[in-house]
Write a protein that binds this ligand. Structure first.
Ligand SMILES: *Cc1c(COP(=O)(O)O)cnc(C)c1O
Length: 379
């Protein structure tokens, strides 16, 4: 195999991950996701802002959860675990199910009754997870998972598992490598608040290492790739954590009990990484904000229609916030901004079709003339 062939983020970033030398790596070649510059958003171009979309929907199971899962499942297997468990709004269960299948171990997933996107449920089913649907929301599931793991031989792979956040911090490394520096602002959707915490860890490590970490990080090419040529000394971005208005505990300053939003991936009222996320925002002098479901869905559509990037509703929250803060001047002209797009739009086709307003043109024959007329009428 070509030695530059990408083999996943543990091979790529082993030197900065808590992975033992000889353990069997459970990977689906996750990570190495594209950082796409948004070229067509007026709000951005008018203000000379460089806005980049880190499209985490292109991970193997369609969300950033895979970054954490490869490390968490590799560790669980190396400790002899035969089963993993998680509570999930959907993407964690899809990812856990896939990595468990890869590892040949069992996955148990607790999901909220009726509030999970169909694509995610399909993934968990196909990968052979045991799916336990509870009459409760994600927060209830999280509580139950913590309790049951005390009594049954299962490893928790939610983001309270520190290996998850270690894996997820690699996204910050990839961004700094791609830009040659850290962005000025990093915008990210916040649900359970693990990902904002993981990114802050990554950026903080990079800043503390004077670029040393980035040059060292490349374990898979023996120093022949672009990443190793120059150390990247970097600053840290302001972390901007955005929530859905109906599920915005960080805006209320405390946990909430009945979170509601169309963005099911962030329908969480009791974030497990509360303290880490608060610290990330405070230390970086960033902020939290929240947006309505209508605003979030409008951004999802805008990105699909203007940039060709189809993310799931929760993911669009980051860009909703970025555009808001650009318009308000909170993000100054000339800034470099990265928005994490956490998951792929195909996860939730129901919401997409419902909100798209696209009318199908029905032709009641199969004749050239009819098709030609339909095209000329709509040019
Ligand atoms: C998990 C998830 C989030 C929220 O991430 P946290 O780490 O829980 O804050 C956002 N968007 C998508 C698509 C997710 O799957």
């Amino acid at each position: 195999m070509n030695k530059k062939h990408y083999t996943g983020l543990i091979d790529r970033y082993r030197s900065i991950l808590p992975i033992a030398e000889n353990c069997k790596v459970i990977s689906l070649c996750e990570g190495d996701t594209p950082l796409v510059q948004a070229n067509n958003l007026e709000q951005v171009n008018q203000r000379d802002i460089k806005l980049y979309l880190k499209f985490e929907g292109l991970n193997p199971t369609g969300s950033f959860k895979d970054r954490g899962m490869t490390v968490a499942v590799t560790q669980a297997v190396s400790e002899g675990s035969r089963a993993i468990i998680c509570a999930s709004t959907g993407n964690t269960s899809a990812s856990a199910a896939a990595y468990a299948a890869r590892a040949g171990i069992k996955a148990f997933v607790l999901i909220p009754d009726g509030k999970i996107a169909m694509g995610k449920l399909a993934q968990a089913m196909m990968h052979g997870a045991t799916i336990i649907q509870i009459c409760g929301n994600f927060d209830d599931g999280m509580r139950l998972v913590k309790e049951v793991a005390e009594e049954a031989p299962v490893s928790i792979v939610n983001s309270i598992n520190p290996y998850r956040l270690q894996g997820q911090k690699t996204a910050a490394y990839e961004i700094v490598e791609a830009l040659g520096r850290a962005p000025d602002f990093h915008c990210i959707p916040v649900g359970n608040a693990g990902n904002i915490s993981a990114h802050w860890t990554g950026y903080s490590e990079l800043a503390a290492s004077d670029g040393h970490n980035v040059t060292e990080a490349c374990g898979f090419c023996n120093g022949e790739c672009q990443f190793i040529s120059t150390p990247i000394a970097t600053t840290k971005p302001k972390m901007l954590g955005y929530q859905a208005a109906g599920a915005a505990p960080f805006m209320h300053g405390k946990a909430i009990d009945n979170p509601e939003t169309v963005a099911t991936a962030i329908r969480i009222g009791h974030p497990q990484s509360w303290d880490y996320a608060q610290a990330a925002v405070k230390e970086s002098t960033g902020w939290f904000n929240s947006f309505s479901d209508e605003q979030i869905l409008a951004t999802q559509k805008l990105l699909s229609a203007k940039e060709g990037i189809f993310c799931e509703p929760a993911s669009a929250t980051s860009v909703t916030g970025a555009l808001h803060d650009i318009e308000k001047g909170n993000i100054p002209n000339g800034s470099i901004v990265v928005c994490t797009l956490t998951g792929h739009g195909l996860k939730d086709p129901d919401i997409a079709i419902k909100q798209s307003n696209t009318e199908l043109i029905n032709i009641d024959d199969a004749q050239l003339d009819s098709v030609k007329r339909a095209i000329l009428d709509n040019l």
